[in-house]
Design a binder for this molecule. Structure first.
Ligand code: ARG
Length: 271
């Protein structure tokens, strides 16, 4: 078993004070289903406090009324080597979030903040491994954003086609476990046959998730190199993660799941 160790991370999160499901832009969202806001806040605080207990820094973005999906900070930007590529949302309901993120970065000393030309939903569709920038397309981020992100960060982009509307962002179907060692876990059913073949070629040792764990949004996880925070309902992933030397940490984010998001969606990594 390879020895695992956590490295200190910085995350950007946004309290779900104004979280609601008032529109539907993915198959998980049903505005008729009630959301327990108090529970959502408690679940979110549990995630934030868990990060802090592992020694990570959590920065908080101030939530805005009328932007119910702002809690999903992963979508607001992509940060690599301290450089920021802003987001441009696919749906009008979330458009205004992009400027709030860009403003936060400028106010916090980031000098390289680029407004994107093409539609991209940040870390929802971009995942950073040591060798590549994996990029999802098919539902949200435009294929044109892949060239843009490659040019901006100077990292080779691997474009991946998402084909199942339940897995509308890359981070709902794939998670980077070890960013230094190119180790990932993913659910093959979310990808086109060609993209599955690409993933098999690049990541022959990947942890392959079963459908039951994918549908619990078990791939919407965050790893610090040792701890893997993931939805607790993804029970099938815990043992395979332990076998690889990771410490899975299960969390209940039932209320945010009603919007199609979980651990990773609520977490933007400030690299
Ligand atoms: N309701 C949000 C949307 O559909 C959920 C976003 C989840 N974020 C993510 N990184 N997958 O846009």
């Amino acid at each position: 078993m390879p020895p695992r160790s956590a490295t200190a991370r910085r995350y950007l999160m946004c309290p779900p004070e104004h979280f609601r499901v008032t529109y539907s832009i993915n198959p998980w969202m049903d505005p008729a289903k009630p959301v327990d806001l108090k529970l959502a806040v408690a679940q979110w605080e549990d995630l934030r406090d868990r990060y802090r207990s592992f020694g990570h820094t959590v920065e908080e973005l101030e939530p805005r009324p009328g932007l119910p999906d702002m809690v999903f900070t992963a979508n607001g930007a992509t940060v690599v080597d301290g450089r920021v590529l802003g987001a441009r949302f696919a749906h009008a309901e979330r458009t205004a979030e992009a400027a709030v993120h860009a403003e936060w970065f400028r106010a916090h000393g980031y000098r390289d903040v680029r407004e994107p030309e093409h539609i991209n939903e940040g870390e929802g569709d971009f995942a950073v491994t040591s060798s590549w920038l994996l990029a999802g397309r098919g539902f949200r981020s435009s294929p044109l954003s892949h060239a843009e992100v490659q040019e901006y960060f100077g990292r080779p982009v691997i474009g991946l086609d998402l084909v199942d509307p339940r897995y509308y962002h890359l981070d709902t179907a794939l998670c980077v476990l070890d960013a230094d060692g190119d180790e990932i876990m993913y659910y093959p059913g979310a990808f086109s046959p060609g993209s599955r073949a690409v993933l098999e070629r690049l990541f022959p040792d990947a942890l392959i998730a079963a459908e039951a764990d994918a549908v619990a949004l078990g791939l919407n996880a965050v790893s610090d190199g040792l701890h893997v925070l993931l939805p607790q309902a993804a029970v099938g992933l815990f043992e395979p993660l332990r076998e690889r030397g990771y410490e899975p940490v299960g969390l209940d984010l039932s209320e945010l799941l009603k919007s199609g998001g979980s651990v990773k969606c609520c977490t933007q990594e400030l690299r």
